[in-house]
Design a protein around this ligand. Structure first.
Ligand SMILES: [Zn+2]
Length: 313
């Protein structure tokens, strides 16, 4: 199978940018995930098709996370589907960190008419589950049926049905035989205080319907998300809220978290791992990192568990 080339000469760092328009009645966010998508592609050995899907979902996750309140807040997107993709998971933070994986990284399908990736067929019927976690306990979880599998419309459907926010989500990319040229997305939504202003909602709908060739415009404004917003929605006069925030593929897995997971298995199962496997290996789904624990490591964990079990109160 031919996999996308990662072109080391391509510059740039990913970024996310927030803006408001129409006297604060409209919220806009633009994110570029080119470098993160390249990294995910290399890390997971993704095909062209799954690079597209994961890149879009990572952009979408970051766009949703941008409205969270606390710096450690996170949004997770989980697609469970009947198509050959089988599933996809993304975890995106308000801090700009994002990670994700797909269930079938090698999946490639014949192109749909017009030379497009057949995302709808890859994903098939299924559900999108969104979890918003501010990091303060009580995460909010909501599930909607997939409407297209192309990610953008599915996220807009989620925002409309679960959060009652009229929104448009554009996600796109350009991937050629030379590599992943760009990946990113834009979220535009009417804020709750303006949701009852039909003229504003109509204006936004008109402007969003007029957007053509999102991926082409994304590529044209790579590295400058402010220029992208201006190009797409200049009529609405977007005002930047702050400087762009860096975005990067970042996995939070560590050896000590794996060790904690092993502890949960209990003494009996750890002893079986020593006897039958001569150690343990855990691979992180999100980034593919493998953590190995030798017999001595496992014995140390067992020792810790038995020592704490007999510790007097
Ligand atoms: Zn990891």
């Amino acid at each position: 199978m031919v996999k996308p080339v990662v072109d080391p000469l391509l510059p740039l760092a990913d970024q996310i940018l927030r803006a408001v328009a129409a006297d604060g009645g409209i919220r806009m966010v633009a994110v570029e995930t080119t470098v993160s998508t390249r990294y995910a592609c290399r890390r997971h050995g993704l095909s062209y098709l799954t690079t597209t899907l994961l890149g879009r979902a990572m952009s979408g996750g970051l766009l949703l996370a941008s409205s969270m309140k606390t710096h450690r807040a996170r949004v997770s997107l989980r697609i469970q589907c009947q198509g050959p993709l089988r599933g996809l998971t993304v975890d995106a933070g308000r801090d700009g960190g994002v990670r994700g994986y797909v269930a079938a990284p090698d999946l490639e399908l014949e192109l749909a008419p017009g030379g497009r990736f057949d995302l709808t067929r890859a994903v098939g019927r299924g559900h999108l589950q969104v979890t918003r976690d501010e990091g303060l306990g009580d995460p909010l979880q909501s599930t909607v049926e997939l409407v297209s599998g192309s990610i953008g419309d599915d996220l807009a459907s989620y925002l409309f049905h679960s959060e009652q926010t009229p929104s448009a989500v554009f996600v796109g990319e350009r991937i050629t035989r030379k590599g992943i040229r760009c990946s990113g997305g834009v979220l535009v939504q009417v804020l709750p205080k303006a949701a009852n202003e039909p003229a504003l909602v109509d204006l936004l709908e008109r402007e969003c319907a007029a957007v053509e060739g999102f991926s082409r415009q994304l590529e044209a404004h790579q590295g400058n998300m402010a220029a992208l917003l201006q190009s797409l929605f200049g009529v609405l006069d977007p005002q930047l809220l702050a400087a762009p925030q860096p975005v990067r593929f970042h996995c939070r897995c560590t050896a000590s978290r794996c060790r904690a997971a092993l502890q949960l298995l209990g003494v009996q199962e750890l002893k079986e791992m020593i006897d039958q496997d001569g150690g343990a290996e855990m691979t992180c789904h999100f980034c593919g990192e493998a953590y190995r624990f030798c017999v001595a490591d496992l014995q140390e964990i067992i020792h810790g568990l038995t020592a704490s079990a007999v510790k007097p109160r």
